[in-house]
Design a protein around this ligand. Sequence first.
Ligand code: GLC
Length: 436
Amino acid sequence: MSEFWSNLLSSKFFCQLNQVKSKIWQFAILFIATILLLGWLVPAFSQQPVTVSILMRADEGAQWQPLVEKFQQQHPQIKIKVFAAPSDSNQVEDLYTSTFLLGESVYDLVYMDIIWTPKFAAAGWLEDLSGRLSADELNEFLEGDVNGGMYQGKLYRVPFRSDGGMLYYRTDFLQQAGYEPPETFTDLIEISQDLQQQGLADWGYVWQGKQYEGLSAMFVEILEGSGGFWIDPDTSEVGLDRSEAIEAVEFLRTTIDKRISPPGVTTYAEEETRRLFENGKTVFLRNWPYVYSLASESQIAGKFAIKPMIHQSGKTSGACLGGWGLGIAKNSKHPEAAWKVIEFFSSEASQRQYVLETGYVPSRKALFTDPQIVAKYSYYPQLLEVVQNSALRPPIPQYSQASDILQRYLSAAFTGKMNSESAMKAAAAETRRLLK
Ligand code: GLC
């Protein structure tokens, strides 16, 4: 019997059985390993970074980089892709508008000038962000900036940085000639002509006269200082053909006719005027606060100061309220990731860093008196008053067309193609047709 069993055990049959058993084990191990590997790989794939894209002026896109990197360190699962646009606000607006009109926006985030909100919101291109911030949280931002992000009682844009137009002047020239900084249009003309005659300065006053959005922004300040108005957003009344508006155009024309402003001013945007002022032979400049820190590194460092805009005698001045904020495109596939970006960029820490790095104006009230910011820019508390005393461009959905009309007729008046009165009459008539 035992011989029988030993023969059987060593038989071919048992040998094959053992081989099958070991194959089963091998298969089981492979199977378990595959399951484990899949268990690790699937979540890893599902957590692949999402990319949120945004379009902005190329130079500002470069200034965003440090904050973009910081955001990505804190949120490795969200990548921000910044697309570069040209520098005029209306050109950036046109690019956003064309992608929205195509239906599939390339951009998740919309970096918006303060004047775009009504149009973009009315067209249904933006997510409603109203529920995302409490009234207390919104109260930390400048009121004008928050209002600029609202349309029909809903919030579509969270302020990132504010802006306000102001007058830059050369302190050394004025001291040398014994003048106080100008208050009125007449002061500015007189001081300019005197300093030009004395040979101290080549030019008296430089401003943005190119046919683009910056022209409308500059003009609302002169209009406000003349006691006039452009469009009443509540009644749709148009004030462009009133005597105050015509006088505002006349003041700017006078600066060209009397060679207080260079003839090229009708082609200048912000940057051209900044460079001319920094070249050292210009007394006055109208521009935004970003110029301050740049000019402080130029040859006129320590030789200039800022003040609120000039006005007609007996009237008050106003700074055009500018500024940029963030919205979310309605058809974004990543609204939650986009919101994380907005939360990060609009936070106090990010705004502080950005203001310190760039000299732009914060939209959070507390930062105007923030010790770190005031240590670097002593004029910020004064800036708060300027941006709080602002003149608005009309917050209406047809704003870009209204601005386009104004720009065309102002440009015609400044280049001598029309006189001030007929230009403003035509601008008013066309604006009324638009708003009908
Ligand atoms: C600045 C302002 C913006 C304005 C633009 C005009 O960027 O912040 O509001 O529309 O200048 O050029």
